[in-house]
Design a binder for this molecule. Structure first.
Ligand SMILES: [Mn+2]
Length: 426
């Protein structure tokens, strides 16, 4: 299914008058407060988030998976879904492929399809957390960290292969997330596991094209429940530094123990020029993979505050790779992604409204009350008219979720693909 521009105009039409009123009110208020509204809207339009190829089907838990009708069964159909999202939201202009789940069969055709949909290929993701059919060694006891040289070599070769695939598509970065670790004390030797991981990553890093970056993702626990080889940002940073200048830490919102101060981690890594990517999701307890902003929107805003400052001040830090990393069981995946993209843009817009000059002044005066007031003033501003305006200017939907439902997108997809399709992924 393709959404035509006149379809969007049609669903936008009844919303236009109210939107103009809302936008004009907010525009006046922000302009008189010294905000360059057009600049904020341009930033929102430029902000593109990669959709991972595994988020377009219904996700699973380790207890089971309930499929969602009309799921994309092929990479081509996944790109089509991202194209729909991008057309509606103007924010999903990239895809992050997971190998081996989504190896293209016809590279030229896939590149042409993505270009026609205005979708770029962001970081590629390797998978050494599950065995593939008939592979020569098992990852059951680890991949890049495994005490078995055969298993390590297999995982290294897989990562090199992923880079080759990504390179043919125009990707410029590899994200490595390892499930390696142990579930019981004494099961592995921590120092050996770290050393093996460092050496394996170095071999992958040294094989990458010179314009490629490597992102080292961390996670405190799960699937292993006693120790994880790359458990935190410090370990990730050490491994990245051990590889070289083009290796960075990747922060995934959900990969922290409860109440970790993620905004401080982001800030410090950007100061050091070592934050390469950021994965969005939300959670209550652990890596719950819930819709962005559904549980802790204020935490997301505080993170964005640091990201915005970092992007302006830390010119030594590269442009970040943004990706939604969430997939669960209960919502229509496309509706879920629309909600996530809206939450991301909302937090980004609010963070741009923070008066940093005044905040600095209040900080230097140790005016703690005023510091909080400045942050909350921005946070409590209803920025939705800015998001709507940015989308409208780009040819997107004023209200993407309403447009998705109004245009009966899922019904169309079920008609085209059937009720029993299953997307690759977990
Ligand atoms: Mn992630």
């Amino acid at each position: 299914m393709k959404i035509q521009s006149d379809h969007i105009e049609k669903v936008n039409q009844p919303l236009l008058k109210q939107h103009q009123e809302d936008f004009s009110y907010l525009n006046n208020r922000l302009t008189s407060a010294g905000v360059q509204v057009d600049h904020v809207i341009d930033k929102l339009a430029q902000f593109q988030v990669a959709i991972p190829s595994w988020a377009l089907g219904a996700g699973g838990t380790r207890f089971g998976r309930f499929s969602f009708k009309g799921e994309p069964a092929t990479l081509e159909q996944k790109l089509d879904d991202i194209g729909l999202l991008h057309h509606l939201t103007q924010t999903a202009g990239a895809v992050s492929l997971h190998i081996p789940w989504d190896i293209p069969t016809d590279y030229k055709a896939i590149k042409e399809q993505a270009a026609a949909l205005d979708i770029k290929f962001d970081a590629v993701n390797s998978n050494t957390f599950q065995d593939q059919k008939d592979q020569s060694a098992s990852y059951k006891h680890g991949s890049l960290s495994n005490s078995s040289a055969d298993a390590r070599q297999l995982a290294i070769e897989h990562n090199k292969e992923v880079v080759k695939i990504g390179d043919q598509l125009g990707s410029k970065s590899l994200t490595v997330w390892l499930a390696d670790g142990s579930s019981f004390p004494g099961q592995i030797n921590f120092q050996d596991a770290f050393t093996h991981t460092q050496n394996s990553l170095k071999e992958i890093y040294n094989s990458m094209p010179a314009d490629w970056s490597m992102f080292v993702e961390y996670k405190p626990y799960e699937p292993n429940f006693y120790s994880t080889v790359i458990q935190d940002w410090g370990t990730s940073l050490m491994l990245a530094q051990g590889c070289g200048d083009r290796a960075y830490t990747l922060v995934d919102l959900g990969h922290h123990l409860p109440n970790t101060n993620i905004e401080q981690i982001v800030s410090t890594l950007m100061l050091q020029g070592k934050l390469g990517g950021f994965h969005f999701n939300d959670s209550k307890y652990g890596d719950d993979d819930l819709t962005v902003g559904s549980i802790k929107p204020y935490a997301l805003f505080l993170i964005f505050n640091e990201l915005v400052q970092g992007m302006e001040r830390n010119t030594n830090n590269p442009a970040l790779s943004w990706m939604i990393d969430a997939s669960h069981n209960v919502k229509d995946p496309l509706e879920d992604l629309i909600q996530s993209l809206e939450a991301i843009q909302t937090a980004y817009a609010k963070a741009q409204l923070i008066d940093h000059q005044q905040l600095r002044k209040a900080q230097n005066n140790h005016d703690v009350v005023q510091c909080q007031e400045i942050l909350q003033h921005a946070y409590l501003t209803d920025v939705r008219p800015l998001l709507k305006e940015a989308r409208k200017r780009g040819g997107g939907a004023i209200d993407p979720l309403m447009a998705y439902r109004g245009l009966k997108v899922r019904e169309q997809l079920i008609k085209e693909r059937g009720s029993n399709t299953v997307a690759t992924g977990l």
